[in-house]
Ligand binder design. Structure first.
Ligand code: KG4
Ligand code: ZN
Length: 367
């Protein structure tokens, strides 16, 4: 194939999905995910040693599937990329070991990537649209990026507002001080035996319920920072369910109302802090990322916030979110995307023996 931009093979094994992808520049050629959701369902969360074993079994076939689906061979690959953190240490180890071995065997440069940076930029990954005669992917005409950008990462492990004036240099403006938003939805869903992960089920049920039926507390309103907290909502939910179920069992409509109210409360808190931030700081674009970014109601409310803080056409805040749901959840395409920017900047791992897991690696922190 004719090469225009670097072709990168990326891997992510940070949590419970074994993922591999091929990117050419910002364009995704393949994005393969071997999900372990069914395996972990019985535990109601991710069990690290089970995840590690499953990653070991899945990693080689997932990488081969990514190459095959992208219709490329090893000779086409210019660099390898892997998530080194944050995530579960035993799970991260599997991806790092596999990519290190491949980098040595295939004599390819290696790029270490932060998983949250992947979620933070996932909104600008491009889909492969057409294959031209020279078989190179034609990218959708990409609109120019206007900085500063605020990434809103909402996942099962993180809830953060990340500010940047260029890709690669990040500042966390606000973060949850306890549970992540997705974690909160999953924990509340568990109280009602909704199944795991509960986020998508809560979204489905919320469509049938009244979001104002139960009034959850709005946390951190007297705190001036853009930090968030979701553990109080969890406690409120537990107390409420206990009190109600003492008297009667929850009928279907009561569950729908409860889900609608929970979803409303979790997102109201994020939007409250986002609005505050947009009042104080000039932002040109908002990029949403992370598993919870699949939620249509969350997208709507962020789009509204962006619109409300846009002043005329000249200062319109552009809102972007990933072009497929697969790019919201844990995936390797977003890791390949970050690696593409690092490739351009020449940020490679020079000594393979030094690359190790960084389970608590914050975005913006040096490797
Ligand atoms: O990004 P992700 O796949 O994994 C982490 O890095 O955490 O996010 C998983 C989280 C789970 O908490 C799940 O409940 C939530 O994303 N989630 C949703 C939806 N789909 C997934 N939350 C709300 N609405 C959804 N549609
Ligand atoms: Zn994630």
């Amino acid at each position: 194939m004719t090469k225009k931009e670097p072709l990168i093979l990326a891997v992510d094994t940070s949590c419970d999905d074994t993922a591999a992808a091929i990117l050419q520049g910002r364009t995704i050629l393949s994005n393969v995910i071997a999900s372990q959701t069914q395996l972990h369902k019985q535990y109601g969360g991710v069990f690290p040693t089970v995840a590690k074993q499953a990653h070991k079994e899945n990693i080689a076939p997932t990488i081969l599937a990514a190459l095959k689906r992208a219709k490329v061979s090893w000779e086409d690959v210019d660099a390898l990329a892997v998530t080194v953190g944050p995530g579960l240490a035993p799970a991260l180890e599997v991806g790092i070991t596999a990519i290190k071995e491949l980098a040595i065997e295939k004599k390819l440069p290696l790029i270490a990537v932060n998983h949250i940076e992947g979620h933070a930029v996932s909104a600008i990954a491009l889909r492969k649209t057409k294959i031209t005669e020279d078989k190179s992917p034609v990218q959708k005409k990409e609109s120019k990026i206007n900085f500063p950008v605020l990434s809103v990462v909402v996942s099962g492990g993180h809830t953060q507002f990340i500010y940047f004036e260029e890709i690669g240099t990040y500042r966390i403006l606000g973060t949850t001080i306890d549970d992540a938003a997705g974690e909160c939805l999953d924990k509340i869903g568990r109280m009602l035996n909704l199944g795991y992960p509960a986020g998508p089920i809560i979204e489905k049920f919320a469509k049938l319920g009244n979001p104002k039926a139960i009034e959850f507390p709005l946390p951190m309103t007297s705190v001036k920072t853009y930090d968030m907290s979701f553990s109080g909502m969890k406690t409120f939910a537990r107390n409420y369910i206990q009190r109600i179920t003492e008297e009667k069992s929850l009928v279907k409509q009561a569950i729908y109302d409860f889900c609608a109210s929970t979803q409303y409360a979790v997102f109201r808190h994020i939007i409250y802090k986002l609005n505050k931030l947009l009042e104080d700081i000039k932002i040109s674009e908002i990029w949403l990322g992370g598993g919870v970014a699949q939620n249509v109601y969350l997208r709507q409310t962020i789009r509204e916030a962006a619109k409300n803080h846009s002043i005329g056409k000249a200062n319109k805040i552009i809102f972007r979110y990933p072009h497929t749901n697969k790019l919201c959840m844990d995936n390797a395409a977003m890791i390949g995307l970050v690696a593409n920017f690092k490739f351009e900047r020449g940020e490679f791992v020079s000594d393979f023996s030094k690359i190790d897991r960084k389970p608590r690696w914050e975005i913006g922190e040096k490797l």
